[in-house]
Design a protein around this ligand. Sequence first.
Ligand SMILES: [Zn+2]
Length: 348
Amino acid sequence: MTSGATLRELIVGVDIGGTKTAILVTEPDGSVRVRQVAPTAVGAPNRAADSIASLVQAALDAAGATPDDVAALGVGVPGRVERQTGQVTLAVNLDWHDLPLGPRLEARLGIPTFVENDVRAAALGLHRRRLFGSVESLALLAIGTGISAGVVLDGRLHRGSLGLAGEIGHVVIDPDGPRCACGNSGCFEAVAAGPAIVARTRAGWAARRNGHADTTAGLHGDRAVDAEGVFAAAAAGDEVARDILESTGKAVAWGIHLLALAYDVERIVLGGGVSHAGEPFIAPIRRELDRYRAVSPLAAEVLRPDLLELLPPGSDAGAWGAVTIARDALSRDRNPASPGQERVVGHA
Ligand SMILES: [Zn+2]
């Protein structure tokens, strides 16, 4: 069978990250025909749709397919999205404001396009692919440049009335903490996201240098250090870095406890760039959760032993989430009478 015979059956998912854009071209059975990763083109917002369309076109070329072979395109964006219109209201790290990304991609490619927040899309994808067991509720807590969660309840993505459900990065954890980009002080992400980990470590190193003779100053430097560098410094025995990662773990455990009590989900999956550090990242979190359990029977009940999972790096959760968003939207369109992802299921 040629690709021409499988007209409009492929599903394409695009995950636009802060630095990389991942694309999956998938078959009707869910298998991957082509996977591509390219640097995210951070050009002017008015060129964004053109550059994304070019990447999709290149992936289709590699797949031996054309836009006519594609049933739907899903796009995950790190920002606030109006799902019905495909409008990206605000994506701070991409400098996008009120960008009609969905309609522009549809106009350029001629493919029905569905845009969703990246973390929420990824959470739905994890659920659909049963990556962490056959559960009906889960939360993906993404810790990277910022912090946010995607929440799936009863098998459906929970967006909330404003599409902001899960934006717990801006819950205040420490009123006396660092200023946050949102205007508040001491937000969860101002304490525990990647840039916050780096800033707090650098401040700790500077204080150490100013306070007393520092035998390790200059060893790790604080030029161009990133969160990975903080983990490396801690592994090399740097006490400031160790303290910062310990307090970061406490903050993340607080966020997990918050999600567990707010949503009572069966799984909480940790993802995002910072989580790629793996065991050194999760160990202080587990210690703090154990402390919660030891003092509170309620915490012990809600923070069940199999609650926490770590998303393996390279799992393409964002791109799979985009595929899932497109696939769900398509099945709604094709079968509007069935209770789909967005449909309100009555209790009558
Ligand atoms: Zn904030």
